[in-house]
Ligand binder design. Structure first.
Ligand SMILES: [Fe+2]
Ligand SMILES: [Fe+2]
Length: 167
């Protein structure tokens, strides 16, 4: 049995999502909205896998005790999900890239979320992996740039420790 199976599976999903974001923004004068929607739906599904399957599984394996880093990861997920709502302007894209770069390091790195999960899971890794693979697709909503949405984005980013928009 490979010892980094969950880490491998989710890191590969990070790479796939990075590729979709790159494809969506390859031409700086024009967002490829089809690729961007695939990125949006893929990132929401990925966040769902972590929030609904991985973090609860780790908490169970730790006897009900959540990982200390789970709080920060959930705040990052909230910021990322909020940034997927508005039209992808340069500022929105820059914020998504900055958060993902730091966030994915926390998950993929040595001692990070994924390695911790593989270590704790042991024989349960197969079950967790099967549930991750079965995670449902997520439909994306049309973009909204309403003042309420932009306030949500600013607040969610601020809570996660990132500045977005006007100070
Ligand atoms: Fe995450
Ligand atoms: Fe992740």
């Amino acid at each position: 049995m490979h010892k980094d199976r969950i880490a491998g599976f989710l890191a590969e999903d990070h790479a796939r999502l990075d590729g979709l974001l790159r494809a969506a923004t390859a031409d700086p004068s024009h967002i490829d909205h089809e690729a961007y929607d695939r990125f949006r739906s893929g990132l929401l599904r990925h966040i769902g896998m972590e929030e609904k399957i991985l973090l609860p599984a780790i908490q169970r394996l730790r006897g009900g005790e959540p990982l200390p880093i789970a709080v920060k990861l959930r705040l990052d997920h909230g910021a990322l999900a909020s940034l997927l709502m508005p039209t992808p302007t340069l500022a929105v894209l820059a914020a998504i890239r900055a958060i993902l770069a730091a966030h994915n390091r926390l998950e993929e790195g040595t001692g990070g979320l994924y390695q911790t999960c593989d270590e704790l899971a042991g024989g349960a890794a197969d079950t967790i992996l099967a549930r991750l693979r079965e995670a449902p697709e997520v439909a994306v909503m049309p973009h909204s740039d309403s003042p309420a949405v932009m306030t949500t984005v600013r607040n969610a980013c601020a809570r996660a420790g990132y500045a977005f928009g006007d100070p």
